[in-house]
Design a protein around this ligand. Structure first.
Ligand code: ATP
Length: 215
């Protein structure tokens, strides 16, 4: 069973990594792929250039076995739609392997605004991590009751189509707060892995006058 965690990762931080590890262990995932997006459809352009965001994810996933980086969204033109990514993964991995798309609760709550969102459930399971400050029951009850899975075994039993909610350690860390902190001259140490911090300093990312993103 393979897990997929997409994000802007601008930069990657412990709020991504710790829940990812807990979900990997809880589900018994063989592999968890971090998929940095090229052009996020739902938000403004990332501040750091693609190559920097990718390099930071690579440094972070190297710290844990079973974590990997998948570059396919960076190699496509246009907005990074999850449905395209899942179709491409299905072509590569075949129809039988269970795929788990991992989402924060806030992302899940906004799912109906995603491109071709109704096709997602035929391509993958949805694994919803509780995120600090977000509403669990409302979003889930409205949309998910019939497809709700009770445990990881339900996910293993089919390649796609179920929804499992997994409580994870609540870490109220956001990339926005990290960028703001660095821009103000503060240190984001202990909010993200040390190699990522070193990378940010070495390349001067997120400073007020940063040129991390040429656009
Ligand atoms: P930004 O502050 O720039 O919006 P972010 O910190 O929310 O960024 P993203 O790369 O947009 O990070 O997030 C990717 C995925 O990780 C999303 O599904 C998001 O819900 C989830 N996520 C981000 N931060 C946390 C956190 N602290 N705890 C749990 N999930 C998180």
């Amino acid at each position: 069973m393979i897990g997929i965690l997409g994000g802007t990762f601008d930069p990657i931080h412990f709020g991504h990594l710790r829940p990812a590890l807990e979900i990997q262990e809880h589900l018994g995932l063989d592999e968890l792929r971090f998929i940095p997006c090229g052009l996020p459809p739902h938000r403004r352009r990332p501040e750091a250039d693609v190559s920097h965001r990718l390099a930071m994810v690579e440094q972070a996933v190297a710290l844990h076995p079973g974590f990997s980086v998948d570059r396919r969204e960076l190699e496509r033109d246009g907005p990074s739609y999850s449905v395209d990514t899942l179709e491409s993964l299905r072509r590569e991995l075949g129809a039988a392997v269970p795929l788990c798309l991992i989402l924060g609760m806030d992302a899940f709550a906004g799912l109906s605004s995603w491109h071709r969102w109704q096709d997602l459930s035929s391509l993958a399971h949805l694994v919803v991590a509780h995120r600090p400050g977000s509403d669990e029951p409302a979003a889930l009850e409205d949309r998910a009751a019939a497809r709700r899975a009770e445990n990881p075994a339900d996910l293993r039993a089919a390649p796609a189509g179920r929804i499992l909610c997994v409580p994870v350690t609540q870490l109220d860390i956001s990339a926005t707060a990290i960028r703001d902190r660095v821009a103000r001259g503060g240190s984001p140490r202990f909010l993200l892995p040390e190699p990522v911090l070193t990378y940010i300093h070495r390349h001067g990312l997120y400073r007020a006058c940063s040129t991390g993103n040429p656009g």
